[in-house]
Write a protein that binds this ligand. Structure first.
Ligand code: FPP
Length: 238
């Protein structure tokens, strides 16, 4: 892997295709989600190695409540097991765990585990890992508006910067690169405010097969992008 010139500070991933990965193998959908935790470990480690500072992963959306109960409970179990199994290792490697979304609405014991993990890792600085669980972009914006009103903010003070402070992602910069696996080309209610100027990378690979090499390919593609933020590139005159 050659050295890359630009490393995005913040990468966000829509980990899609677990179900189809399992289906292709004649396995139940939950086997796909379980397999999707194995490569997740590799991807988290690879992010730290590449020098990425923030990683946000979409693990459970507000819309995922519409899935069969068995799958919902399975995803909750997987999150719990991951915290039990991986937390010490993540902590040792300097990963700071944050949660984005609404903890209310998920199982009380799981809420407690998440809060303990956040507390344990709050001083870590190698990689900030935002886990989007019970997260929806529209819900996030609505919650922000409610908090802004409740706090009595002066409407004239409201700008991008102040608004961002009311989002679940407060304290994380906007994502530079958003990756979606499994060949789907949708935003699916993910970081709809924060992703305004993100570069997108789509790959047909199903999430459980997405590994360090695939992440590297996404970073290569990112390095070829010319980010203009609506301006013109003076050097190229376009
Ligand atoms: C989308 O694939 C994936 C999910 C809804 C769950 C993602 C969860 C993991 C990768 C496990 C890691 C979890 C945590 C809590 C950190 P899909 O089921 O929509 O796949 P399909 O489109 O092929 O059906």
């Amino acid at each position: 892997m050659d050295t890359l010139q630009k490393i995005p500070a913040h990468v966000a991933i829509i980990m899609d295709g677990n179900g189809r990965w399992a289906l292709e193998r004649g396995l139940p959908r939950l086997s796909g989600h379980k397999a999707g935790t194995e490569n997740l470990r590799e991807v988290i480690e690879a992010c730290a190695e590449f020098g990425i500072k923030y990683l946000t992963i979409y693990a459970f959306s507000t819309e995922n409540w519409n899935r069969p109960d068995e799958e919902i409970q399975g995803l909750m179990r997987i999150f719990r097991t991951m915290l039990d199994r991986e937390l010490n290792n993540l902590h040792k490697n300097g990963v700071q765990l944050r949660h984005i979304g609404q903890l209310d609405g998920i199982d009380k014991k799981l809420q407690q585990k998440v809060q303990e993990a956040i507390k344990l890792t709050q001083g870590n600085q190698t990689l900030i890992l935002n886990v989007a669980f019970n997260y929806g972009g529209r819900d996030e914006i609505l919650q922000a508006v409610k908090k802004i009103v409740a706090n009595g903010e002066n409407i004239d003070d409201l700008d991008d910067e102040l608004f961002s402070k009311y989002l679940f992602t407060a304290g994380s910069p906007d994502p530079d690169l958003i990756i979606r696996t499994s060949g789907e080309f949708r935003i699916s209610n993910f970081l709809i405010w924060q992703g305004a100027y993100a570069e997108w990378y789509f790959t047909p690979t199903f999430w459980p097969d997405f590994n360090k090499e695939e992440l590297y390919q996404a970073l290569v593609a990112y390095n070829e992008r010319d980010r203009r933020y609506g301006k013109v590139n003076q050097a190229k005159g376009k």
